[in-house]
Design a protein. Structure first.
Length: 149
């Protein structure tokens, strides 16, 4: 899964009428942040989608109302951060020496700063950084950005 942004044109169209047991169709509605259960390069991977996307149990999704799309970008930035990966690595039961997976319950324990007036400047900065990383096609931009922050 790509980090930060999902391009629906690069996804396979599924020809199956049903993949697994029924789930609430609302969980696939955009705007959406999708988080991979699989840990790659020792970090959590999340991506934003502007379009509805169906995903398997190997992913967790966070659907956000259209009027709060900035919250989706905020969550995408926080979940993709090295501090989130570190926290989940230290607290998750399934991410360790032999296993490299992040469960939904691990994500639910992630302490995310509340969106309020006190944190507004901090949150705006995260959203701006997430936007730059999401729009960038060059993977070295993230590495360079981490060096300067």
């Amino acid at each position: 899964m790509p980090r930060y942004q999902i391009d629906p044109t690069e996804l396979e169209i599924l020809s199956y009428p049903r993949l697994e047991s029924s789930r609430n169709p609302q969980i696939y509605k955009a705007p959406l942040v999708i988080i991979s259960e699989k840990v790659e390069s020792d970090s959590i991977c999340a991506a934003f989608s502007e379009e509805d996307i169906v995903y398997t149990k190997s992913y967790s999704g966070i659907t956000i109302p259209n009027s709060l799309v900035h919250i989706a970008h905020y969550l995408n930035g926080v979940i993709n951060s090295s501090i989130a990966s570190y926290f989940i690595f230290m607290t998750a039961a399934s991410w360790g020496v032999e296993r490299k997976t992040v469960m939904t319950q691990d994500l639910a324990r992630l302490p995310i700063p509340e969106h309020n007036k006190e944190n507004e400047r901090f949150i705006t900065q995260i959203i701006e950084i997430e936007g730059r990383l999401r729009k960038s096609t060059n993977k070295s931009v993230e590495k360079e950005f981490k060096k300067t922050t």
